[in-house]
Design a protein around this ligand. Structure first.
Ligand SMILES: [Zn+2]
Ligand SMILES: [Zn+2]
Length: 551
């Protein structure tokens, strides 16, 4: 497979090779191994695995895929580096031809000499000739050229680092001793001699390290003893108000600093709707917690009684359903027992709520009252406010307009005056109004009695009789009717003319005509009828479509 395909294969051999290849791909036969003992991946395609005919490669191998030039080249091994500052052999004693004219070394020219330029070079004096420098070259491969640590000698370089650090440390220690000495001298000058200074010494040592205790991310290193340091992170959200700051009174709810728990409510006076925090126990005893506790106790009691209820954690839904069922049954049983007792002993009437307080319910809202009944703390009674101005007293009244109503008129309650914006007359006004009213009633009665002393039924009978007596014959009535119609038509024309005149006058004055609203009182019967007719015509939306005969 991976060999050169130059050799001829018989049909059977080719078939066998093909089968082996398939088996290798399927994993049933071991893969081919090259000269170096490496496995050849059977899934590499044939055109890659097979060497070209001109390479003449008999055994299976992938060497033909390698860079042949790179295989032939000889690179220096890793770690080989140029010698620096090294010299070769002892220095020459005589100036050699072609050597540096300045120092006499053979490896460079005067132009490149690193020696101090001599007044008279080695070429002239032949003395103090420098030894030749060691010159080498390294042949590095791709990786070697890019190895930034090539030539690094850790045995010498790291020693330098250690040496430097030790020097710095020694200097620091010396400085510290000097500083402590100065401090001690200052103290002994101020204080009496003989006092123990060892504690203060150690204190000073601690304060030196305290800078590293606080780190930027809020983590605090704590000394956990035996010199080891432990990082303790504070998990409290720092934007929140700490529980112990909610109520600063020392008698308020207890805050446990170790567990950071405040179980009681720090502000029991404040309405629960108005506060964000009502103690840790609020969370423990609110919501579905009580229900769960009831279920738990029910399960425990049932277990004590020998009944086996579904486990609360293993089958929560079934347990809850059974508990609900039990509750409903218990309620029904209680109700029945109550009914039985009432049937036996009576007293149903006391079970009913007083109708006056039927709508009244209990509330959890906390309200604190003063001795005179005003609300000091908690919710006050809220009176809805309308968008209109309210409770505004006018003039010197002490009741608002609209606090009094009589016979279709609004007025002020303080003085019973129905005149808006009049001045208040107080009780005197009230009595005067009452007196006027009584007087008016008396007068009206008297007037009615004076005008028509007979009762209404008799008056009606009298009128009817008169009508029958005054009834005219038909012709006469017709004529009278015609006359009346003529009179009405005449009045209509007259009124229309007057109206037109008035309208002209009004437009001349720049006023709006109000003739239609004139009082029809003080007119003759025909004029009244004409007025009514014309008014109807004006009000009729179809009036403009009816041709007016009279005008
Ligand atoms: Zn030189
Ligand atoms: Zn008034």
């Amino acid at each position: 497979m991976a060999s050169s395909s130059g050799a001829f294969k018989s049909r059977e051999a080719w078939k066998a090779a093909k089968e082996l290849e398939e088996a290798r791909k399927a994993g049933t036969a071991p893969p081919a191994i090259d000269d170096d003992g490496k496995i050849i991946n059977p899934h590499i395609p044939e055109y890659i695995a097979q060497a070209p005919w001109y390479i003449d490669q008999e055994t299976p191998s992938l060497k033909h895929q390698r860079n042949q030039k790179a295989l032939k080249r000889n690179f220096d091994p890793l770690g080989k580096w140029l010698p620096r500052g090294e010299t070769v052999g002892p220095a020459a004693t005589k100036y050699r031809k072609g050597a540096c004219e300045n120092c006499g070394a053979m490896t460079h020219k005067k132009k490149n000499c690193l020696e101090r330029p001599r007044r008279r070079g080695a070429k002239l004096t032949g003395r103090n000739i420098r030894p030749d420098e060691a010159i080498a070259s390294v042949n590095l491969d791709f990786a070697g050229k890019r190895d930034r640590w090539n030539g690094y000698d850790e045995s010498t370089e790291y020693d330098k680092v250690l040496e430097r650090y030790e020097k710095i440390e020694a200097e620091r220690r010396a400085l510290k001793v000097q500083k402590l000495d100065a401090e001690l001298r200052n103290r002994s000058k101020k204080q009496r001699p003989g006092k123990g200074n060892s504690d203060e010494l150690s204190d000073g040592d601690d304060s030196d390290d305290s800078d590293s205790d606080m780190e930027k991310d809020g983590a605090v290193e704590q000394d956990a003893g035996q010199g080891s340091k432990m990082v303790v992170r504070n998990l409290r959200i720092r934007e929140d108000t700490a529980k112990y700051l909610i109520n600063l009174n020392t008698d308020s709810a207890y805050y446990d600093p170790k567990s950071r728990a405040m179980r009681a409510d720090p502000n029991p006076d404040i309405n629960s709707d108005d506060k964000d925090y009502a103690g840790d126990n609020f969370v423990r005893y609110s919501g579905d917690v009580t229900k769960l506790a009831q279920m738990e106790s029910h399960t425990l009691k049932a277990a004590e009684a020998g009944r086996n209820l579904p486990h609360l954690q293993a089958e929560p839904s079934r347990a809850e359903a059974l508990f609900k069922d039990f509750e409903a049954k218990k309620k029904g049983l209680d109700k029945r027992r109550q009914d039985e007792i009432r049937e036996k002993y009576g007293g149903q009437e006391y079970a009913k709520l007083d109708p006056g307080i039927e709508g009244v319910q209990q509330t959890e809202a906390y309200v604190e009252f003063s001795s005179d009944g005003r609300a000091l703390k908690g919710a006050r009674e809220i009176i809805p406010v309308s968008k209109y101005p309210e409770d505004i007293l006018e003039k010197n009244h002490n009741a608002i307009w609209g606090s009094f109503y009589k016979d279709g008129n609004w007025g002020y309650g303080c003085c019973h005056s129905t005149q808006r914006n009049c001045y208040c007359t107080g009780d005197a006004g009230k009595q005067a109004a009452l007196a006027t009213e009584a007087d008016m009633a008396k007068r009206t009665e008297a007037a009615i009695a004076k005008r028509n002393p007979e009762p209404l039924t008799k008056q009606w009978e009298k009128l009817e009789r008169e009508r029958q007596e005054n009834a005219l014959p038909e012709e006469e009535a017709l004529e009278k009717e015609k006359e009346h119609q003529n009179e009405v038509a005449k009045q209509i024309r007259k009124q229309a003319h007057e109206e037109r005149m008035m309208a002209e006058l009004d437009t001349a004055r720049g006023k709006h005509s109000r003739i239609g609203a004139d009082d029809p009182g003080g007119m003759s019967k025909a004029a009244k009828e004409a007025y009514q007719l014309r008014k109807q015509m004006r009000d009729d939306p179809m009036a403009s479509y009816i041709p007016e005969k009279g005008t």
